[in-house]
Design a protein around this ligand. Structure first.
Ligand code: FPP
Ligand code: MG
Ligand code: MG
Length: 328
């Protein structure tokens, strides 16, 4: 299932498709450089695909104001560029070799190239946001700080005695929720939506982003690479304890015991990764994590209450269902 399947209204679908095409064109034009290799490395992940959830959300949020405003597309591109930049860096930190069904930049070239490419994308996002004014620039700067803080918090891990689930939820609100919140805020802001709509869309974004990341973490355990486009078990290898794992670690009995043993440190051996993945898939932690996704998706839908009933609102409700069902 594709994210654009939420566009059930033909007129809305047409408008959003046109917007997404403009996003693609602008993404390509801003990454042109007189040094061709920089462009090639930058376009690597752009062209590997990706769901374009954030631009889609920005465009949908703009339907609560004047959706045709030119800055909406620019704002969507700023958000996608920041997202792409973090993916280049994330794959270095996670030592990931696959992304979006393609080889990751760090695996195709090396860490230095991947890091510099992320920086290049970030530079271009900054250049583009300058044209949107100081408020937009401040918003993205704050968001970027949150994102980095979330990543730092994940890398460092919970403090001794800290509730690991609480730590995890904080990490994902920062590393994923913050940018998706800004995607919605930008769409509403640049279409001239009223203040209450801006806040509602921003809050919806933060909560849906949290749901989105939990399903990403379920996918890392449950989905084969052909489905997700990423190598399963990356979180296990990095020693990152995601929500399904934290729940599985609470389980009593022999399966819980073996998982506590296996997950005590990052797993390097393929056989042990396979064993841990099998035990996790069978564990109650998966179902509990799915229930948590449902509850965040419901909460996200609740945030839409202030907004008028319209095709764009229905699409955002559909996006909440999509996040719950997605397998890639
Ligand atoms: C994906 O998580 C990672 C993020 C959403 C944020 C990563 C943030 C940084 C790397 C901050 C530094 C960035 C720059 C450009 C200075 P994941 O690893 O769980 O997702 P995955 O399954 O898609 O790999
Ligand atoms: Mg990763
Ligand atoms: Mg990561």
């Amino acid at each position: 299932r594709d994210a654009s399947s939420v566009l059930t209204d033909p007129e809305l679908a047409e408008s959003v498709q046109v917007g997404l095409e403009r996003v693609e064109r602008l993404l390509h034009t801003v990454l042109q450089s007189d040094f061709e290799f920089v462009t090639e490395a930058s376009l690597h992940l752009v062209e590997a695909g990706g769901k374009r959830i954030r631009p889609l959300f920005t465009l949908l949020a703009a339907h609560f104001g004047d959706a045709e405003h030119e800055d909406v597309v620019t704002a969507a591109v700023v958000v996608e560029l920041i997202h792409l930049a973090t993916l280049y860096h994330d794959d270095v930190m996670d030592e990931a070799t696959m992304r979006r069904g393609a080889v990751s930049a760090n695996a195709r070239w090396d860490n230095a190239i991947a890091i510099l490419t992320g920086d290049f994308l970030f530079a271009h996002a900054s250049k583009l946001v300058a044209g949107l004014g100081t408020e937009a620039a401040e918003i993205i700067a704050v968001t970027f700080g949150e994102l980095v803080t979330g990543q730092m918090r994940e890398t460092v891990g919970p403090k001794p005695g800290q509730d690991p689930v609480e730590h995890y939820l904080k990490v994902i609100a920062e590393k994923t929720g913050s940018l998706i919140a800004t995607a919605g805020r930008y769409g509403a802001m640049f279409s001239g939506a009223d203040e209450k709509s801006i806040v509602a869309l921003q809050r919806y974004g933060e909560v849906i982003g949290t749901a989105f990341q939990i399903s990403d973490d379920i996918i890392d355990i449950a989905s084969p690479a052909v489905e997700s486009g990423k190598t399963p078990g990356t979180d296990l290898r990095e020693g990152v304890k995601t929500l399904p794992m934290l729940y599985a670690l609470e389980e009593e009995g022999p399966r819980g015991d073996r998982l506590r043993e296996l997950l005590a440190a990052p797993i390097t051996e393929d056989d042990l990764v396979t064993e841990a993945l099998r035990l996790l898939r069978e564990s109650e932690g998966m179902e509990r994590a799915r229930q948590t996704v449902y509850s965040y998706a419901d909460q996200a839908r609740d945030e839409l209450a202030y907004l008028p009933s319209c095709p764009a609102r229905s699409a955002l409700e559909g996006l909440a269902d999509y996040v719950v069902d997605r397998t890639k």
